[in-house]
Design a protein around this ligand. Structure first.
Ligand code: PHE
Length: 345
């Protein structure tokens, strides 16, 4: 009887295998538990005849060892001491890697520009992308018939509302107006943000892009301050020895106005495709804040003067990373974005 049982259970133990901790625990309870089969068999053993004991004793011990060895080896294969829901997991296997993202090139360049001007005491100001006519145009001294107000350049949302036309801002100069309206000089701030213009999308133009404008208003601010500030900025951004030049220009909100060129970052002034063999590339517009603009914002133009500048972040990034097609910035092609990983610090 007993011998038969042992033979049957031996076959069962030999055939048993699992990687599942719960099943292994069931096995342990069934054979090795305090109310398990081995306990039962040993109890039965007590009642057998002395002759049988002699032969069966050895068989019984071997059977017990078999069950214990099976349990131990399956437990080790499972890699866990206590079982539980994670049993069976091999902690020595290499982990599944995950890809670290990269900062967008425009974010990298924006941050770099902000950091340079931070050193000069400029803070960062932001404002709404949906603007009224006053903040985007009128306060900035745009004549009524100025072509920039035309449907061709501006995305209007609502014509002739309470505060005039409502539109997507065409530049972040609107944030300068908001800043000046809400305080008194000194002002020293940068205005980064997205701006919109109704242009056909191509490699060189887009219906939205990003700007960083700057404003500095205080007593006795001069054009010399403007030049020195921007000169410092260019040396920091493109390296010492980068040349700058100012060309007279026109903006309704600055007088005098200028456009600033730098010596080509690619050919260093020798002439290449990017600078159209002139050796110079334009990077920003600037000028002394028109007294009308100061007055429009409630600032005494007899006491205060200031300068302002504005640049497209895409343009600065193009010169830094030699990106030839503007559309790449907004297509979110990971093959493009991945290239800026090394710039992530
Ligand atoms: N707002 C101008 C533009 O969008 C840039 C600019 C800002 C020029 C400040 C001069 C002074 O083109």
């Amino acid at each position: 009887m007993l011998q038969e049982k042992i033979t049957q259970y031996t076959a069962e133990i030999n055939a048993f295998t699992t990687t599942n901790a719960d099943e292994l625990e069931q096995f342990r309870i069934k054979f090795l538990g305090t109310k398990g089969i081995i306990k039962d068999i040993f109890d039965e053993f007590k009642a057998v005849s002395p002759e049988e004991k002699r032969t069966l004793g050895k068989v019984l011990n071997e059977f017990k060892q078999l069950a214990e060895a099976k349990y131990q080896s399956l437990k080790e294969e499972g890699g866990q001491d206590q079982g539980g829901k994670d049993a069976g997991m091999d902690l020595t296997l290499p982990g599944e890697g995950f890809e670290v993202g990269a900062r967008h090139p425009l974010a990298l360049v924006r941050r770099e520009i902000v950091e340079i001007f931070n050193k000069l005491g400029f803070s960062v100001a932001e404002g709404p992308e949906i603007e009224d006519d006053w903040h985007n145009f009128s306060a900035l001294n745009f004549p009524e018939e100025h072509p920039a107000r035309d449907m061709q350049d501006t995305f209007f949302i609502k014509k002739g509302g309470e505060k005039g036309d409502i539109a997507l801002r065409t530049h972040t100069s609107s944030v300068q107006v908001r800043m000046m309206e809400h305080g008194q000089p000194p002002f020293r701030a940068l205005m980064p943000g997205r701006v919109y213009r109704n242009e056909a999308i191509s490699a060189r133009a887009h219906c939205f892009f990003h700007q960083i404008e700057g404003l500095y208003v205080d007593e006795k601010v001069s054009f010399a301050d403007l030049k020195q500030t921007l000169f410092y900025f260019v040396q920091e951004l493109y390296g010492e020895g980068t040349k700058v030049r100012f060309r007279p220009s026109y903006f309704p909100f600055t007088e005098p106005s200028a456009e600033m060129d730098i010596s080509c970052t690619i050919c260093k002034g020798d002439g290449c495709q990017l600078c159209k063999h002139s050796g110079w590339v334009e990077i920003l517009g600037c000028g002394m804040v028109d007294p009308n603009v100061l007055e429009n914002c409630g600032i005494d133009s007899k006491k205060y003067s200031g300068f302002a500048f504005g640049m497209g972040i895409e343009r600065i990034a193009n010169l830094k990373f030699e990106i030839k097609d503007l559309r790449l910035f907004s297509e979110n092609d990971v093959r493009f974005l991945k290239q800026f990983k090394s710039a992530l610090i």
